[in-house]
Design a protein around this ligand. Sequence first.
Ligand code: GRF
Length: 226
Amino acid sequence: MIKIAILISGRGSNMVSLVNAVERKNLDCQVACVIANKKSAGLALAKENNIPTKLINQFDYENKFDHELALILELESHNPDWILLAGYMAILSSNFVEKFAGKIINIHPSLLPKFKGLNTHSRVLKAGNKTHGTTVHVVTNELDDGPIIAQSEIRILANDTVETLEYRILQEEHILYPLILESLVKEYLEIKLDKVTWHSVPPFLDSEIKNRNISIKPYLFIKNHN
Ligand code: GRF
């Protein structure tokens, strides 16, 4: 059975969407732990789902190295196959990333490589872009720069605000991230270090392909222009 660890910093809605997918789809996958680097509402939600949780508060440590060391030790005690970042608001050091090379996945609220970093919704509006989206990618040493696994794109509407975009992008994320986890668990998707390979289109993506116009070349791309 595949074991995953999920790292969060806040409300944890993406974490919940992953946990729900594991349960509802009866995936051969165990959410071994949910770890937060600060007090996070999401920890209580994970507990409600009977998932082991741990707060490793970054403010309790003298420096980033010590904090990450505690995080590494906790993760190693669970021996996860994958570490899924779900709103984990801390930049991981190269020491950490190399320790779990090719095993860390992130979801970022923009169509990478556009709009790396924070405040993507306001920046995309300010730039006057016509589209926006979310990206699931492998984590490497460069911030928001690892190989892209999949993207989901929406059209920006004339009356969109930061709040509406945040809401609409979250909706996409709650669909996309669990589908990527399912693809990994069912081995349609393979990640070896920084190489992402889609072996074939997973059949459970069929309806999304029809509804959202998906293409998986060069990576899975969902266009939701409805
Ligand atoms: C999401 O938009 C995710 O893309 C970004 O942080 C947000 C986390 O939201 N990395 P939540 O905590 O999962 O609700």
